[in-house]
Design a protein around this ligand. Structure first.
Ligand SMILES: NC(=O)c1ccc[n+]([C@@H]2O[C@H](COP(=O)([O-])OP(=O)(O)OC[C@H]3O[C@@H](n4cnc5c(N)ncnc54)[C@H](O)[C@@H]3O)[C@@H](O)[C@H]2O)c1
Length: 355
C-alpha cells in the first residue's frame, strides 16, 4: 500500500488528484495539509479518517507517508519539494509549474540527487486521449518528420482557485510567479517539444495584459521557438471569446490538425478524422489524465519515466524563462538555458547542456 499525503487541498487536489489516486489500487490518502481551515474541514468530510495538518511543513516532517502530492500554488513548490527531499520521501509529485526558474530547478535537482527521491512534474496533458493519439500517429511516421507546430489556447479568464483561500491567486506574482505562460504555457510546451523531439535553440516572445483584472501578470502571449530542424509557434490568451484549444502539426509528408474534440490526419494513410467524445478544454480536472501520470511514475519500480519527466521539466522552465527574457526586451530572441541536472553526463554546471 502506498501512503500518500496531499499538500494543498484546493480545486485540483479535490477534483483531479483525489479521484485519480482513488482509482488506483494499493494507494491510500492518509494525510492532507492546507493553510485554509475551510479546506481542511472539507477534507475531513470527504476523506474519512485522514490526518489533517494546517501546515504543509508539518505534514512533510511528521506524516507517515511514502509519497507527497503537492497541489499548492506555484510560489510554494520549490521549498516544499526540497523539504520533502530532506525528509527522504521516496515519491514527490508536484503540480505544474514544478518550479519558477532555472535556479529553483537546480536547487531541486541537487536535493533530489542527495535523497534519491523521484520528483515528478504533473505533466498530465500528455495523457489526454487526444494527445496520446497525436503521439502515436507521429511515432508511426504517418506525417514524416515534424517541421512546424502551432498551438493555440484561449480562455475567457484565469481559472479561479477554490473559494476557501484566494480565488484570483493566478494574477498574483508572489503566488503564481507570472501569468499565462507559466500557467497554460507549461502544458503546451512539453507537448510541443515532445512532438518535435529536439532541444529548443532560440525563443522570441511578446506578452501583454489586455484585461486590467489580470494586472500585473500577462494575459496574452505569443511565443516563437526555433529548433534545429523545426519551428514552434504558440498563442495563449485569457481574453478569448470562449474556451479554445487547437493546433497544427506539419510534417515532411503530411499534417495533423488538432481541435478541442477531434484530430484530423492528412498523411501517408490518406485523410481521416478521429473524434474524441470529451473536449480537451472541458475542464482542468480529467482525473484519468492524472491517474496515468501517477501510474507511470509512482506506481512503478523503475525511475525511467520519472527521470524523463524531470528532465522535461528542466527543458520547459528553461524555455519559459527565455520567453520572459525575450518579452521584456520587445521580442528579441534568447537561447534557453537548460539547467543541467547534477550527476548527469553534463556535470553540475548552470547551463550549456540539454535537459
Ligand atoms: N495540471 C493541471 O491540469 C492543473 C489544473 C489546475 C491547477 N493546477 C495547478 O495546481 C496547483 C493548485 O491549483 P488549484 O487550481 O487547485 O488552486 P486552489 O486555489 O483551488 O488550491 C490551492 C490550495 O492551496 C492552499 N494553499 C495555499 N498556500 C498554501 C501553503 N503555503 N501551504 C499549504 N496550502 C496552501 C490553498 O488554501 C488552496 O486550498 C497550482 O500549481 C496550479 O497551477 C494544475
Amino acid at each position: 500500500m502506498r501512503r500518500i499525503g496531499l499538500v494543498g487541498f484546493g480545486s485540483i487536489a479535490e477534483h483531479g488528484h483525489l479521484p485519480a489516486w482513488r482509482s488506483l489500487e494499493d494507494v491510500d490518502i492518509v494525510a492532507v495539509a492546507d493553510i485554509s481551515g475551510a479546506r481542511l474541514e472539507h477534507a475531513r468530510r470527504i476523506v474519512p479518517g485522514v490526518a489533517v495538518y494546517d501546515s504543509p511543513a508539518d505534514l512533510i516532517e511528521r506524516a507517515d507517508v511514502d509519497g507527497v502530492d503537492i497541489c499548492t500554488p506555484p510560489g510554494t513548490h520549490v521549498n516544499l519539494i526540497i523539504a520533502a527531499c530532506k525528509r527522504g520521501i521516496a515519491d514527490i509529485v508536484c503540480e505544474k509549474p514544478l518550479v519558477l526558474s532555472e535556479e529553483e530547478y537546480l536547487a531541486v535537482a541537487r536535493a533530489r540527487r542527495v535523497s534519491g527521491s523521484r520528483v515528478i512534474s504533473v505533466n498530465n496533458w500528455a495523457h489526454s486521449g487526444l494527445n496520446r493519439m497525436v503521439r502515436r500517429t507521429l511515432a508511426a511516421g504517418a506525417i514524416g518528420r515534424v517541421r512546424e507546430v502551432t498551438l493555440r489556447v484561449g480562455r475567457t479568464d484565469i481559472a479561479l482557485g477554490n473559494a476557501g483561500w484566494n480565488p484570483r491567486w493566478r494574477t498574483d506574482v508572489q503566488h503564481a510567479g507570472g501569468g499565462i505562460i507559466l500557467d497554460h504555457g507549461w502544458h503546451q510546451l512539453y507537448l510541443l517539444m515532445g512532438w518535435i523531439g529536439e532541444p529548443v535553440q532560440m525563443v522570441s516572445a511578446t506578452t501583454r495584459t489586455v484585461d486590467a483584472r489580470h494586472l500585473p501578470v500577462e494575459d496574452e502571449a505569443i511565443i516563437d521557438m526555433r529548433f534545429p530542424a523545426a519551428s514552434g509557434h504558440m498563442e495563449l490568451s485569457w481574453t478569448a471569446g470562449g474556451r479554445e484549444n487547437d493546433g497544427v502539426i506539419r510534417g515532411t509528408r503530411g499534417t495533423i490538425t488538432t481541435f478541442d474534440d477531434r484530430i484530423e490526419i492528412d498523411g501517408d494513410g490518406g485523410q481521416r478524422a478521429v473524434p474524441f467524445g470529451d473536449r480537451v478544454s472541458r475542464s482542468s480536472y480529467h482525473p484519468e489524465w492524472f491517474a496515468a501520470v501517477f501510474r507511470h511514475t509512482v506506481l512503478v519500480k523503475s525511475t525511467c519515466e520519472a527521470d524523463r519527466n524531470f528532465a522535461e521539466a528542466g527543458a520547459v522552465i528553461g524555455t519559459i524563462r527565455a520567453a520572459y527574457r525575450s518579452a521584456s526586451t520587445d521580442g528579441a530572441p534568447f537561447p534557453p538555458v537548460f539547467p543541467a541536472i547534477p550527476g548527469d553526463d553534463h556535470g553540475d554546471s548552470d547551463g550549456g547542456g540539454t535537459a
